[in-house]
Every structure is written in C-alpha cells, then in structure tokens.
Design a protein around this ligand. Structure first.
Ligand code: SF4
Length: 374
C-alpha cells in the first residue's frame, strides 16, 4: 500500500487544475474539463469529480501507486539528463511492465547486471526508489560482511586497483574488486557511481539504443594521433585485428567493440557481448599499438631451434597461460603444466645459453642489427 506525501498530493492537485494539459504518464491520466476532475488508470476510471473527491481518490490503493510513480519520474528524476533517466527506467523495465506489476516486482527488488556490477532497485516509502550497488560476485554475501560506502566519489578508490593491488589502466576491464556495497543510493547517486566505475558507459548505451551512437573507427582515430603516437597509422589492418582480438575480447574488456578498421573494412575479431558499446579505440589500445607498430616493422626470418616435441608444446602452453592470465593458478608442484615455474626454469637451464638465447641461437646476425627498435 503506497501512502502519498502532502507534497505528492499538492503537485497532483496543481497538475489536475490545468484544463489544457492533462497528465498522461505510464498508464495514468488525470485532469479536469467542463464536467469536473477525472482520473484514469488501467483499473480505475473516475469522471466528473469535485476537487475534494479528486483529492480523496488519490489515496485509492489502485491509484496511489500511479501518482507516486508519476511524481518520482516527473518531479524527482525529471527530464534533465536523458541518459540518466533512460538508464533508471531500464533498471525497472519501465518500458515493459505496467505500474502495478512493476511495483509488485520492486517490493522485492529488481536486479540488473551492468558489467561486473549488480544493481538492485527497490521501493522505499511513498514510491521513491532506492538503489543498491555491489559487485556481482557478492550476490550471496551478506551486506554486513561487505565494506559499506555512501559517497559516489569513493567509487574512484574502488576502481583504482585490482584484487592483486595492481593499478587498473582500463576502467572497463573485468577486474573490479569485490567486497564493497552501496546499500541505498538515490536515483542521482546511482548514476554518478556507475559513471565513475564505468565512465561514459550509460550515455553510450543510451545513444546506441536511440540510434545516435557516433562510431569512430580505427583508421580515423589513428590519423588523428600526433607526437609519439602518430606512427600507429602505419599498423596494418591485420595487426589491428590481432590487437582487437587481444585487447577487446570479453575476457579483457566489458565493452562491446563497435569500431572496425574503417567504415568499409570490418575486423575478423569478435567484438564481444557486453551490454555497453565501445565507440572508438581507447587510449590504452592506442598506446599499445605504438609498440606493435614498431614490432610489426620487422620482417620474419627463419631460425633453427632444437627442441623436443614436449618442449615445443611447453612453449605453446606458456604462451597460452600468459595470454589467458592463468599463471597465478598453476601450482608449483604441478610440473605437468607447461607454464609451471619449475618446469620453465628447467627449460631455461637446458635450452638457453648464458646470453639468454634459445637453443644458443642468436636473435640478430650482428650487434649492429640488435637494438633496432629502441
Ligand atoms: S578499445 Fe577495446 S579495450 Fe579499449 S575500451 Fe574499447 S573495447 Fe575496451
């Protein structure tokens, strides 16, 4: 049962007095005409009401939720910040559910996953919404065991380092720490907090929904680079594809890559399945590309190495484990793993000379050739 505040009633009365502009919102309409006040929802239709009858009708259990819903969206959320409004409506499936069913669902909480975040919206008093935010891994952890936050700006600290204490250069990497909770954010605060944890993901998500997302493809981004980064324009389309596969996969970034090499050249790499899109190559990818542009200038050459089949497979295992970030999971006792530390040390002892050359094979044919990429 929703109880309206005096302010909600006053605003409804004021809105109802306008003959020329009846209220129409989320299945509720009300106003007045020559025959008196009227109010309509899916389950109630009352006409020809006096001002005092209209006032008492507002408390009707079928009508009060609609009035509180109208008040929340039109007076509390209002229309400044269209991306914020769209996101908040998305959190409670406002486009799909009528007020009655939505309020029933909000009583127990409606949960949405956003990247690694879990956002739950519930009804507080008078139909005001309250938003709870935590890491999705903490879904089963009781709030009392989590560190409690209230200020959205504290999310900058949450976002700064991963679970190993390493700085997170990419905010949308799937490495957000868990163990924290914002138990009761307002509609404005939940937007601010998510925007700090995953900057610009809400505006870009909404722009994509409305067909307004402006994509900047790799080639245009590369052409715009100046200074030490202007070389990235030389990176081949194949190498851009390998880079996208390496950096933009779901395992590395929660954004869904929408940019391609250029408007006419799509990349073979999978763009990922994130909820929010990536509209242009990020600074991390541009910075990494500078290195790849240098490395890709080298021509391939043939080397002859002596390796046993098991050693070749071990090197392949090591590349796989490093690329997938699995090294920390390989136990020291598990020497059957190619990337096991003892096994790697064994290979180094056996196959690398004192200068670090695999099978004693020099990388460069002369000293002059060495250091080309400094
Ligand atoms: S460019 Fe790739 S890594 Fe960077 S934000 Fe976009 S999808 Fe993520």
């Amino acid at each position: 049962m929703i109880e309206l505040t005096d302010e909600q009633r006053r605003l409804a009365r004021t809105a109802a007095q306008s003959e020329s502009n009846p209220v129409e919102f989320d299945g509720l309409s009300f106003g007045n005409n020559g025959d008196g006040y009227w109010i309509e929802t899916a389950k109630r239709s009352l006409r020809g009401l006096s001002a005092s009858a209209f006032d008492s009708t507002l408390s009707d259990e079928q009508i009060a939720p609609y009035i509180s819903n109208w008040h929340f969206w039109e007076h509390m959320v209002a229309h400044d910040g269209r991306h914020r409004r769209a996101f908040l409506r998305f959190l409670e499936s406002a486009a799909q559910m009528d007020v009655h069913n939505r309020y029933a669902a909000l009583e127990s909480g409606m949960q949405t996953t956003w990247g690694e975040l879990s956002i739950t919206v519930t009804l507080a008093s008078h139909g005001v919404r309250e938003y709870q935010l935590h890491h999705e891994r903490d879904a089963e952890t009781s709030a009392s065991e989590l560190e409690t936050y209230e200020d959205p700006f504290d999310a900058r600290e949450i976002a700064r380092f991963d679970g190993e204490g390493r700085y997170r250069p990419l905010q949308t990497a799937p490495s957000l720490i868990d163990g924290w909770i914002y138990p009761a954010l307002t509609q404005r605060e939940v937007f601010e907090t998510v925007d700090i944890l995953y900057p610009a993901t809400i505006p870009n998500w909404n722009l994509e929904r409305t067909g307004e997302l402006d994509i900047t493809h790799w080639h245009e981004t590369a052409q715009r680079q100046t200074g030490i980064y202007d070389v990235v324009e030389e990176l081949s389309a194949d190498a851009v594809g390998w880079m996208a596969a390496s950096c933009c996969a779901d395992s590395e970034c929660l954004k869904r890559r929408e940019w391609e090499y250029d408007e006419n050249t799509t990349l073979e790499a999978d763009g990922g399945s994130g909820v929010f899109p990536c509209r242009e190559p990020c600074s991390l990818v541009v910075a990494a590309s500078r290195q790849w542009t240098q490395l890709e200038k080298q021509e391939p050459r043939s080397y002859t190495f002596e390796l046993t089949p098991a050693e070749k497979e071990q090197i392949e295992d090591m590349i796989e484990s490093v690329a997938e970030g699995n090294i920390a999971e390989i136990r020291e006792a598990d020497v059957s793993e190619g990337a096991n530390r003892y096994r790697t040390r064994f290979l180094r002892e056996k196959r690398m000379d004192e200068d670090g050359n695999l099978s004693g094979t020099p990388t460069y044919s002369s000293e002059k050739e060495d250091g080309w990429c400094e």
